[in-house]
Design a protein around this ligand. Structure first.
Ligand code: IPM
Ligand code: MN
Length: 365
């Protein structure tokens, strides 16, 4: 029996509800499969923890996590209306991303059968895009400062940091991912028309890395026109690689185009596995929905599926993806974000039931 050790952070808002749902599904999956079990250690580091202690996590939080020997981290959304977002996010999520060198943020954006996209899409093109977002530096490097606060001469600087090591490796990841998963095209999302230093550098590195992958086609798109392309010709978008902020913005667009923020998963990866990777829905903490049992748990459950795939649990990952697809396609059980009236609990139970059926076809990501 193989044990997978998980650090679980219910975190904020609807987090506890969607994380409990994800754990329930994982345990059911393990039960059905037989060969594996999940050992979950829960951490209460969150906005509530901040209210008690003045910190989002203990000063030695990263060391504690590292010492725990976890295979992965499953996290709910972070953020509370009562605390400025930059405090909660830099106090936990962004610190873990940087500290654990999770330099890839992998975000599949796929229109599942049974979901209505806000796009008209008269030809019913399949929409399936994968955002490979640089996740550890760039616009989120955290470098900068403010002087003369509150005075007319105040200056605020947020520097964008691109290093060759990080830029190269995220692009290599994008090409490796494309190759391994049978994608034909990698699009470089850039803004080198106006940003003549960092983005021209970014394009150069892209070209250099691309040269090692002759079998993968490439193209280049300025980030502003990328938003238009994702809306008007989403079928032409396959894998794209983008800087931290550009990837952040485009992945919300992709989530909306594929039907609901309640479906969009993400994987914060340290591909070398020197540190645990972190899996989290891309939606926020949605305090307005807390305690109502209406949050769509599928984004979090799909994130757990990405975790299984990353950990090499291919059979479990395939089975879980197939269950998610079955529930969505079936349309009988759906939460309000998908136009239904089902509860979080009902949706979770539907996934657990669907798991009992063997997967019929190999699925994408
Ligand atoms: C995301 C989120 C975070 C980000 C926020 C909460 C800091 O929007 O994971 O996309 O910008 O990366
Ligand atoms: Mn975001």
């Amino acid at each position: 029996m193989k044990t997978i050790n998980l650090a679980v952070f219910p975190a904020d808002g609807i987090g506890p509800e969607v994380i409990a749902a994800s754990q329930q599904v994982l345990h059911r999956l393990a039960q059905l499969h037989g060969g594996v079990s999940f050992e979950c250690r829960e951490f209460d580091w969150s906005s509530a923890y901040y209210h008690k202690t003045g910190r989002m996590m203990p000063a030695d939080g990263l060391q504690q996590l590292e010492a725990g020997g976890f295979d992965a981290i499953l996290m709910g959304p972070v953020g509370s209306p009562a605390i400025p977002d930059h405090i909660t996010l830099w106090g936990l999520l962004l610190t873990i991303r940087q500290g654990f060198d999770q330099y890839v943020n992998l975000r599949p954006m796929r229109l599942l059968a049974g979901v209505v996209s806000p796009l008209l899409n008269p030809h019913r093109h399949p929409i399936s895009m994968v955002c490979i977002r640089e996740n550890s530096e760039g616009e989120y490097a955290g470098v900068g400062g403010r002087v003369h606060q509150g005075k007319p001469g105040e200056v605020a600087i947020q520097s964008i940091v691109f290093t060759r090591r990080v830029t190269e490796r995220v692009m290599r990841f994008a090409f490796d991912y494309a190759r391994q998963h049978g994608h034909r095209l990698v699009t470089n999302v850039t803004k080198s028309n106006s940003m003549q230093h960092n983005m021209v550098f970014w394009d150069e590195v892209f070209q250099q890395v691309a040269a090692h992958y002759p079998a993968v086609a490439t193209d280049q798109q300025l980030v502003d026109s990328m938003t238009a392309r994702m809306v008007s010709q989403p079928e032409t978008v396959d894998v794209f690689v983008a800087s931290n902020l550009f990837g952040d913005i485009l992945s919300d667009l992709g989530a909306a185009l594929t039907g609901s923020m309640g479906l969009a998963p993400s994987a914060n990866l340290n591909p070398e596995r020197h540190y645990p990777s972190l899996f989290q829905a891309i939606h926020g903490s949605a305090f307005g929905l807390v305690g109502k049992n209406v949050a769509n748990p599928l984004a979090s459950i799909w994130s757990a599926q990405l975790m299984l795939a990353f950990l090499g649990e291919t059979e479990l990952a395939t089975r879980l993806m197939s269950a998610i697809e079955t529930v969505v396609q079936d349309q009988r059980v759906r939460t309000p974000d998908l136009g239904g009236t089902s509860s979080t609990t009902e949706m979770t139970e539907a996934v657990c039931r669907a798991l009992e059926t063997e997967p019929t076809a190999a699925t994408g990501h």
